[in-house]
Every structure is written in C-alpha cells, then in structure tokens.
Design a protein. Structure first.
Length: 112
C-alpha cells in the first residue's frame, strides 16, 4: 500500500492490522522516509516500548497534532535531518566556538 510507505502530506491515515508489536514496528521502520509516525494506545507500557523503537523524527501518541512551537520539527532517513523550530532549529544557523582563557595576571603579561 503506497500510502503506508510514502510521505503523503495529506489528511489521510494508513490503518493496518498487526499481531505483534515486533511485526508492526518492523513494518513501520522498513520505509525509506521517517518524518512522522502516529500511535493510538491506552497501554502506557506499550507507549514507551513502541515510541522508543520507531525510527521517525516525530511520534504522536493518541493525537493527530504533532507540531508545537516549543518542539523540534524534522525527520530522519530520506525525510532529511536537522530540526526546524524550537531552540534546536536555531542550531543550524549557529557556529559554536569554544574560547578558553587562563588567568589574567600571569607571567605572560610581559608578552602582551
């Protein structure tokens, strides 16, 4: 089913039956894209097990809303890398520099 393996960017959902968590996680992670994944469950243990194993940049549980201004937005695999939004999105525009300074009053003052 094409809708299960491509990013559609539309208001539709691919709903499939599965017998085991391993089966459905393997099926989900087998796709080449990894922007977002959605999970519906009332089992808190399943919530933790499955969300940790899904290879997607974003995972929504029991909601269709995944974007929030405070949360990083982005995918993995063929969906790209890096993040937009939130403090993590700013990192793409920054150059980090480390400056280490020794004591100001040192024997090297005569060289300055």
């Amino acid at each position: 089913m094409v809708v299960s393996s491509e990013e559609t960017f539309g208001p539709l959902a691919a709903i499939t039956k599965f017998k085991t968590e391993d089966e459905v996680i393997k099926r989900a992670n087998s796709v080449k894209v990894g922007l977002a994944s959605y999970l519906m469950t009332t089992d808190l243990n399943r919530y933790h097990r499955v969300t940790e194993r899904l290879e997607f940049g974003m995972v929504a549980v029991n909601t269709g809303v995944i974007a929030d201004h405070g949360a990083p937005f982005g995918g993995v695999k063929h969906s790209g890398f890096g993040r937009e939004g939130s403090k993590y999105g700013c990192d793409d525009y920054l150059v980090h520099k480390t400056i280490v300074t020794g004591g100001i009053d040192t024997k090297y003052n005569s060289l300055l």
